[in-house]
Design a protein around this ligand. Structure first.
Ligand code: NG6
Ligand code: CA
Length: 501
């Protein structure tokens, strides 16, 4: 062994760094609105998701894994920053023209990987804002973008599939802009002369559910939230979204197969508007939502395939999860309720937007053939811990004050620790908030609606104290608050203390 190699070896031993050959690539597959019961490996009897099931079979399937919040932006904010969203204002569901809400000067998940020498990329949904202000020129460089918060490469769409602008962005630029057809975006009033769902419903291929919005600018026969004009060549075709993202992800993997990489693949499935590729339309027999889940499962299979054919699969850690729980009718008449009788939730109640477990308890799978012994884990897990857990794996130090809520649970992620977190907080803001500790869950009294009629979801809000034993009553049906006042007090105080700082 040469002197240099020896020195490196001694250094690695001294500092406990994993040897370079062992450092895994990490692929985070982050889905949009996929529910706890939506996959066959989580017990669904109405749909088959063999590719995702295989990840679970070869890895760890977590039964108590959580997004921080029951909607997208706050969950993604927490995952990126390791900070609970209710600590920062403006972290609710963002319009498509919002400014960037991830600070550029703080630790983020991709920066943790970059600090350890990884190449980083994000492909897919963003929804964390872009640029320094709402008003921005979509036809030139936009900063900050994902490239300014830790990603070497980004290929995204700005917000959600149902919000304008319906365009792709590669690094800091919209793809396929045309100076003769500039893109304008507005969320307050109509811009340009494009037809809208409200004025020209006869042009729609999928109509919006009554009272749900989604009736502004029509793109690809679908009414969106917000107005846009121009960018005719830049607008996406929904049926091609996933193929486009997948190809970028595959190219990134191939281009970086010789170095460790971190790839965040943020799928658009099964968020509305569900408009899967023709080859998946009608395949599930469950409407377009089911078809979109089959498309997602196929995509996962393709990602695994490209890793395998490049000899990377064994040493790649694939983390699969969702940003919030499920919803069937989220604004379009797409037949999503057909064939569903609550299966999207499995044993939990509520769903997207809800404080009940269905809001944040989501599929959560980790596979890493070289390292992980397969199994099922009941450890209490949250995506808020990704920053500190991967910093732990890579021996990166997080500067004081950054990622304040993120804990290192790497051992639980790879299955050697069976317990995970001691407690976690669920919810978007301090008024609608809940805490889980061990088997117990306390929901703080609040004035929110108990039932969100438009989407048909029980919200978990009540002016009464709510206490549930999740081990015995995962569906949160028996309120034990009056029976166990001491437990209520304990959790109430913990919640107060943790939300105070
Ligand atoms: C809601 C939209 C919903 C969806 C959601 C964001 C209406 C009535 N509903 O405001 O369709 O877009 O925002 O979803 O406009 S999320 O997964 O990105 O949080
Ligand atoms: Ca979502």
């Amino acid at each position: 062994m040469s002197y240099r190699k020896l020195t490196l070896g001694v250094l690695l031993m001294l500092f406990g760094l994993p040897s370079f050959g062992q450092r895994p690539n990490v692929v985070l597959i982050y889905t949009d609105d996929l529910g706890y019961g939506d996959l066959s490996c989580y017990g669904s009897k109405i749909i088959k998701t063999p590719n995702i099931d295989k990840l679970a079979e070869n890895g760890i399937r977590f039964t108590n894994g959580h997004a921080t919040s029951p909607t997208c932006t706050p969950s993604r904010f927490a995952l990126m920053t390791g900070k609970y969203p209710w600590r920062q204002t403006g972290t609710g569901i963002l319009p498509g023209d919002a400014k960037m809400i991830v600070p550029t000067d703080k630790t983020t998940l991709p920066k943790v990987f970059k600090g350890a020498g990884y190449t980083t990329a994000i492909v897919g949904k963003w929804h964390l804002g872009l640029g320094e202000q709402v008003s921005k020129n979509w036809n030139s460089e936009i900063k900050p973008s994902p490239n300014d918060v830790g990603f070497d490469y980004s290929f995204i769409f700005p917000a959600t599939a149902d919000r304008v602008p319906t365009v792709f962005m590669e690094n800091r630029f919209v793809v396929a802009t045309d100076p003769n057809d500039p893109i304008l975006v507005d969320y307050k009033q109509k811009v340009g002369n494009d037809p809208t769902g409200k004025e020209n419903p006869e042009l729609l291929k999928m109509i919006a559910s009554p009272g749900q919005g989604h009736n502004n600018t029509i793109v690809n026969g679908i009414g969106r939230i917000g107005w846009m004009s121009g960018g005719t060549k830049a607008r996406w075709t929904d049926e091609e979204l996933t193929f486009t993202f997948l190809e970028r992800a595959q190219n990134f993997i191939i281009d970086h197969k010789k170095e460790p990489f971190f790839l965040s693949y943020n799928s658009t499935e099964p968020h509305v508007p569900r408009m899967p590729a023709t080859k998946f339309k009608g395949k599930s027999g469950l409407g377009y939502r089911g078809d979109a889940i089959l498309q997602l499962d196929w995509t996962v299979g393709e990602i695994v395939k490209i890793l395998r054919t490049n000899g990377l699969y064994e040493n790649t850690m694939i983390v699969f999860s969702s940003d919030n729980g499920p919803v069937l009718d989220d604004g379009y008449e797409d037949g999503a309720t057909k064939g569903y009788g609550g299966e999207q939730l499995g044993a939990v109640r509520g769903g997207k937007y809800s404080l009940l477990e269905g809001g944040t308890r989501v599929p959560f799978i980790v596979s890493w053939p070289n390292k992980i012994k397969s199994g099922v884990s009941n450890a209490l897990m949250s995506q808020i811990d990704f920053v500190a857990s991967f910093a732990g794996m890579l021996n990166q130090t997080i500067p004081q004050g950054d990622a304040p809520d993120s804990e290192n649970h790497f051992a639980a992620l790879i299955g050697t620790d069976k317990k995970g977190k001691e407690w976690l907080i669920e919810g978007n803001n301090k008024t609608a908030i809940a805490i889980v500790k061990g088997d117990w869950k306390y929901i703080k009294p609040n004035n929110g609606v108990a039932y969100y009629k438009l989407v048909g979801i029980e919200m978990g809000n009540s002016q009464e104290l709510q206490l549930y034993n999740l081990k015995e009553d995962i569906a949160e049906q028996i309120n034990l608050a009056t029976k166990f006042p001491k437990k209520v007090r304990e959790l109430e105080m913990l919640l107060e203390k943790m939300t105070a700082k």
